[in-house]
Design a binder for this molecule. Structure first.
Ligand code: FBP
Length: 272
């Protein structure tokens, strides 16, 4: 098995994953603040920034990405992380579940994926089913030697109906979700920001040496966003997986420059 540190999705042990699966998870509404972001090739271009160590795409966009690279002769596009499961926001469901629509075999053999991603909704009524599906994904990824990034988002009835938890950003919930990444065999776990550095520290204390990345969340100011990323790094986190805070900006380059300094250079955002 190739160590995640040897894979192209990390640089000096850290990662900046540009997530662009929102067309499934949230729908085109996420592109309204910056209409050009509805065009995948616009975001593929953004991914050419040196800060970006992976672009996370659903299967259809991953196919498009590879053909865009070939047709345009692009050889400095971001490494490809294929998101294997996902769902839409259209259906009314009894609880959270994210079906798999791409196999590891297809991701690696047909799409030349550098990594694969899987969303786990622990706490949902369908958690057990997702554990079983993740097991198949994780074991296949090991056979192919590609790293596994788990979007670990505990949510659903089990969290909502448990009085011990205040919601999906509760530090206890976030740390539990992160721990599942370790226990179930992910190489990187992606977690919601629990609100402050102490919360991220709690998560780090629960995962041993497992790599962790902060999930971007809805768009906020450069300063607020960079402060959260910096807190994550200071607490021992390994970077960021971000969508809206990048593609909803008219020009994401200045923020990417700063993120590069914070995530890979250890800079304090107040000093850059
Ligand atoms: P953002 O940085 O825009 O939050 O993207 C990260 C991400 O995990 C995406 O990969 C995914 O589409 C989205 O958040 C899911 O968000 P949620 O399920 O919390 O609405």
């Amino acid at each position: 098995m190739e160590a995640v540190d040897d894979s192209p999705i990390t640089r000096n042990g850290n990662s900046l994953i540009l997530a662009y699966d929102h067309g499934t998870e949230h729908g085109p509404v996420d592109f309204e603040p910056m209409p050009k972001s509805a065009d995948p090739t616009h975001v593929f271009e953004v991914g050419r920034h040196t800060a970006v160590t992976a672009i996370a795409l659903q299967k259809g966009n991953a196919e498009y990405y590879r053909s865009w690279e070939a047709e345009r002769g692009v050889d400095d596009g971001a490494p490809l992380l294929v998101k294997l499961n996902g769902n839409s926001n259209l259906a009314k469901r009894d609880d959270y579940y994210s079906p798999t629509q791409c196999s590891v075999q297809y991701a690696v053999e047909a799409l030349d994926a550098d990594a694969i991603g899987y969303t786990m909704y622990a706490g949902s009524r369908h958690e057990d089913r997702m554990w079983t599906e993740f097991r198949e994904v994780q074991e296949a990824a090991r056979e192919y030697g590609v790293p596994v990034v788990m979007w670990s988002y505990p949510r659903g009835a089990g969290i909502r109906e448990n009085d011990a938890y205040s919601g999906q950003s509760d530090p206890d919930v976030v740390a539990y979700g992160a721990r599942l990444g370790l226990e179930l065999g992910a190489d990187v776990v992606k977690c919601k920001y629990p609100g402050d550095r102490a919360g991220w520290q709690q998560l780090e204390d629960a995962v041993g040496g497992l790599k962790t990345v902060m999930s971007g969340g809805s768009k906020r100011s450069d300063e607020a966003f960079l402060a959260d990323v910096h807190s994550t790094i200071q607490a021992g986190g390994n970077g960021l997986a971000v969508g809206r805070n990048i593609f909803q900006r008219e020009d994401p380059k200045p923020l990417l420059d700063k993120l590069e300094a914070v995530i890979f250079g250890g800079s304090d955002p107040r000093e850059i």
